[in-house]
Write a protein that binds this ligand. Sequence first.
Ligand code: AMP
Ligand code: MG
Length: 251
Amino acid sequence: METVLLSTSEQDINKAAEIIKNGGLVGMPTETVYGLGANAMNENAVKSIFIAKGRPQDNPLIVHISDMEMLNVVAREIPALALECAEKFWAGPFTMVLKKTDKIGDCISPNLDTVAVRIPQNKVALEIIKLCGFPLAAPSANTSGSPSPTSPFHVEADLMGKIDAIVYSDECDVGVESTVVSFCENPPRLLRPGGITAEQLREIIPDIVIDKAVLAEPEKGKQVASPGMKYKHYAPQSEVVIVGGSREKAA
Ligand code: AMP
Ligand code: MG
């Protein structure tokens, strides 16, 4: 397929939103990493994310919303502590796992009754979501397993010809993924480290549990709280040389 190259002009942002409304995939900036945005309510669009990325079928997607009103479209029975965290960390690199509504299909979070959701801070991302008027699924815009893209040129090198468009904007401010916290248990559990630190979270949730999979590789074949944690991430294509010995010898 031809990948349309877009700028951040008003006209091009409108085009990006139109492509997503028509079920397409758009590589777009967020403050964490470049995302691959699609209509979270359109099953075929969501399926095409998994195909373009080669993403394992059981790895659920994060849904991106533009305001608290949209939160009620995707999540239900939201605990007070989650709302407090939203107040403090949104818009920003912070994702909450909550009970999902029936608007969120099985393609977003397969075999789970939960949904992961965040409000991004990046102005271009927010504008695109607002123009669409519905939540976007937006995992990192890269082939699964490889390093996450933090510039549009990374997306171009990896996914050109496999997605409908790329929005060329600045490098990502944060440069790592969002922190994922589950509020479906008490106390809440940190499932994936990211842009918001455990120390920041402890200011609001002093007894937050850090999931085992955050600190050590999960045991093979064992069920993990966050399905994505069992897969390989950030593996570069280049040969890696490890140099040992003293600093002087290594130099
Ligand atoms: P990515 O979109 O590649 O940054 O990955 C999203 C991360 O959030 C993965 O580690 C997923 O396992 C995790 N995640 C997404 N949805 C859920 C959910 N409903 N429950 C638990 N973890 C989730
Ligand atoms: Mg990723």
